[in-house]
Design a protein around this ligand. Structure first.
Ligand SMILES: [Cu+2]
Length: 485
């Protein structure tokens, strides 16, 4: 049974449970997932963040191919939540709340979900500003053909002690723009901005961003200043230590839960190979470092040398020396302290890595039924747009079930945009060098001045958000919908 959650049907939530005479359904005892706040320590200071905890008491979901996510999702946090199961393609519209008009899961209320989990490295997160406060968790479904080796999940975050509302104000967000006309504010968390002081409307850190054409080289990243970068809640000052075996192959399932930060994964001296992008298998490819934009995932196999030792896996911020990471170490190995700054800044993330990747499961060869050109724009006042429109200002992209849709993204601005489509795994088919059988993904990095085309088979009806996975770009307008009938 599929229950489409609506604001109305779930308001009762936990408050309704004590009613006499009503049999409590079996799921009521242990929610499949509970959203609540939790305490971590960052830079020696206590921090209150959010999390999703599974029935087993661990963060998120760890399952195997064929398993379903069935049961209640309980909101024990202090505010309404728009949930999103990122990368789940077998979940119908309405299984999470991240679609047009989905509304918030109220405090104390629960949604009932039931869908088959999509194999691969995926994740769950809030579709609102609370994503910055780490309302996110891994959603891992082990593939039927996964090699029987040790697996390590790395969940990356960019952490600030400031609230996301304060960060938006620092960015110089102007609320004069079109938000509010659509009644969709809650979809991006902008409802929280209603009381913002309009005297703070400045260009903020975006001054000097004047117009920019295709093919330009100017680029800009990291517009949010963070206090720390974390893997599995810890910075490189006190990293997670994972014991591994000498000579073993280890699968790293890496999730970029950073809201405004792209990273480069640097496996150091370990032999490495990427085998999946955004949870979909790719032809194995080795590189000295692997880019991972906001929302993306990478599955890497690393090989521990026969003689053993301690091996940092770094995640270095795009265009900066700052880094975080974990340490893989064999028994008895001496683990040294790792510098939190690399010797040099890393490169900007662009399409050069995707250009070298090939899908294992390419889309069937057939012509597209629809091509959409999407200009990704940035405007003064920290306003990010698709074809000049912020979310709600333009009609959705209309399509039919069975359509092969191609989306050509053209980035007219100075910042990279990691573009994400809900409910589907598209295929990158052109990054400016001609057609190729590029990787399957659900987030594609579109660098300044570049053109990237993805193709997707629309296999189910619904309203599927298409947006930039930089949280503050999404929150200030860079979102639309693909409406599949
Ligand atoms: Cu963006």
């Amino acid at each position: 049974m599929l229950i489409r959650p609506t604001r109305r049907s779930f308001l009762a939530g936990a408050a309704a449970l004590p009613l006499a005479g009503l049999a409590r359904p079996s799921w009521a005892a242990t929610p499949a997932l509970t959203i609540a706040s939790r305490q971590i320590e960052v830079l020696g200071k206590a921090a209150t963040v959010y999390g999703f905890t599974g029935a087993d008491g661990k963060a998120g979901i760890s399952a195997k191919a064929g398993d379903r996510l069935t049961g209640a999702v309980l909101n024990s946090s202090d505010g309404g939540v728009i949930t999103h199961w990122h990368g789940q393609v077998m979940a119908a519209e309405g299984q999470d709340r991240a679609y047009s008009g989905g509304g918030e899961l109220a405090v104390g209320a629960q949604d009932i979900v039931d869908f088959e989990l999509t194999p691969g490295t995926h994740w769950m997160h809030s579709h609102q500003l609370t994503e910055q406060r780490m309302m996110a968790a891994p959603m891992i479904t082990r593939e039927a053909d996964a090699e029987d080796i040790q697996e390590v999940v790395l969940m990356l975050h960019d952490f600030a002690f400031r609230t996301p509302e304060e960060i938006l104000a620092e960015l110089g967000v102007s609320m004069m723009h079109g938000h509010g006309a659509t009644g969709n504010e809650a979809d991006t968390g902008m409802g929280a901005m209603a009381g913002m002081d309009h005297s703070q409307m400045t260009m903020g850190g975006m001054s000097g961003m004047a117009g920019m054409g295709m093919g330009g080289m100017m680029t800009h990243a990291n517009d949010v200043k963070y206090d720390a970068y974390l893997v599995n809640d810890r910075s490189l000052a006190d990293p997670e230590l994972v014991q591994v075996d000498k000579g073993a192959r280890v699968r790293l399932r890496i999730i970029n839960g950073g809201t405004a930060t792209a990273f480069w994964i640097d496996p150091g001296m370990l032999e490495s190979v990427v085998i999946a992008t955004d949870g979909s298998p790719c032809q194995p490819l080795s590189a000295p470092a692997y880019p991972i934009a906001q929302g993306q995932r990478l599955d890497l196999i690393v090989t521990i040398p026969a003689e053993g030792g301690a091996f940092p896996i770094f995640a270095q911020v795009e265009a900066m020396p700052n880094r975080t990471g974990i340490i893989l170490a064999t028994a008895g190995a001496e683990v040294g302290k790792q510098a939190e700054m690399a010797e040099a800044a890393s490169a900007y993330v662009d399409s050069s890595f995707d250009a070298r990747l090939l899908a294992v499961n390419s889309l069937p060869d057939r012509p597209s039924t629809q091509m959409q050109h999407l200009m990704l724009g940035e405007e003064p006042g920290y306003r990010f747009t698709i074809n000049g429109a912020a979310h709600g200002e333009a009609a959705p992209i209309a399509a039919k079930t069975g359509d092969r849709l191609e989306l050509m993204f053209m980035n007219m601005g100075m910042m990279m945009h990691p573009m994400h489509l809900h409910g589907h795994h598209f295929q990158i088919v052109d990054v400016g060098n001609g057609r190729f059988n590029g990787p399957r993904r659900d987030v594609v990095a579109v660098a300044p001045g570049s053109m990237v085309t993805v193709a997707v088979d629309l296999d189910k009806p619904g309203s599927w958000f298409l947006h930039c996975h930089h949280l503050y770009h999404m929150a200030t307008g860079m979102m639309t919908e693909v409406l599949v009938s």
